[in-house]
Design a protein around this ligand. Structure first.
Ligand SMILES: NC(=O)c1ccc[n+]([C@@H]2O[C@H](COP(=O)([O-])OP(=O)(O)OC[C@H]3O[C@@H](n4cnc5c(N)ncnc54)[C@H](OP(=O)(O)O)[C@@H]3O)[C@@H](O)[C@H]2O)c1
Length: 251
């Protein structure tokens, strides 16, 4: 196998679950050294153990600027540099505008959007020290398509695309900045959101059937796109949002 991320150092947020975890496993398989971020110490340490000395888990809450700064410090301390940010931490924050508690609105915006600003802010000076650094944001088709009861989620994801494009302009040509916009992917986040329906299993099945390709995405589908976008294979791609949704936006 050709290793596409040899000698690269990445910070991966949301690495304790779902797509972030699959991205961490894929990046390490391709030679990267990774700082794993998430709150759950048990899952974080288990993944770090599984990945061996190429991975270090640093637990914390991505809503806090100081934790984002610590992630960057950890990359330099353990691996000596930083080349890649893969930002996947996210929550749904379900509730309509009239129902959503202010606190949940703030929590969702802080987790899904402000954390991208904080981590980028501390990481960019380190990314600028290398020639071919990349930032990759895990957004959502919710940046384009509105879903009932997801105002904070949709707003945060649309905001993350605007921030991605702005940073692509500001930090070119040194840093490439891109986003992925997944449709329904079979992760704990999707399974938890289905609990809001009377028949959660049916709700998941419906989501799969609504795609043109008649299946949910798997975390590895997203990890493969992430690998492409942060690797030299995508060296002429910046400021782009790649939809990866089984075709659901076209339905
Ligand atoms: N699943 C889908 O259908 C879908 C579709 C489109 C886009 N997305 C986006 O893809 C990304 C990954 O989602 P997923 O489905 O893989 O979700 P997931 O399995 O629920 O994982 C979410 C990750 O975010 C971390 N996280 C949440 N809040 C955090 C906080 N305050 N501080 C630190 N870490 C925090 C979680 O860490 P802990 O568990 O350790 O707290 C976990 O690692 C999210 O941004 C999501 O919006 C998902």
């Amino acid at each position: 196998m050709i290793k596409k991320l040899e000698n690269k150092v990445a910070i991966i947020t949301g690495a304790t679950s779902g797509m972030g975890k699959a991205i961490a496993i894929t990046f390490v398989a391709h030679g990267a050294k990774v700082i794993l971020s998430g709150r759950d110490e048990i899952r974080g340490n288990a993944l770090s153990d599984e990945l061996g000395k190429q991975a270090v888990f640093l637990g914390g809450d991505i809503r806090h600027p100081s934790y984002n700064e610590q992630l960057v410090t950890a990359a330099i301390k353990h691996f000596g540099k930083l080349d890649i940010l893969s930002m996947n931490a996210g929550i749904l924050g379900i509730g309509s505008v009239t129902d959503l508690p202010d606190e949940l609105w703030k929590n969702t915006i802080d987790t899904n959007l402000s954390s991208i600003f904080y981590l980028s802010k501390y990481a960019i000076p380190e990314l600028q020290k290398n020639k071919r650094s990349t930032i990759l944001i895990n957004a959502s088709i919710a940046a384009y398509k509105s879903f009932p009861n997801h105002p904070a989620y949709c707003a945060s994801k649309a905001g993350s695309l605007a921030l991605m494009r702005q940073m692509a302009v500001e930090y070119a040509p040194q840093i490439r900045v891109n986003a992925m916009c997944p449709g329904p992917v079979d992760t704990p986040l999707l399974r938890n959101s289905a609990q809001a329906f009377n028949d959660p299993e049916k709700a998941v099945e419906n989501a799969a059937n609504q795609t043109l390709l008649k299946r949910l995405g798997e975390s590895n589908d997203i990890a493969n796109l992430a690998l492409f976008l942060v690797s030299e294979d995508a060296s002429w791609i910046t400021g782009s949002a790649m939809t990866i949704d089984g075709g659901i936006l076209n339905t």
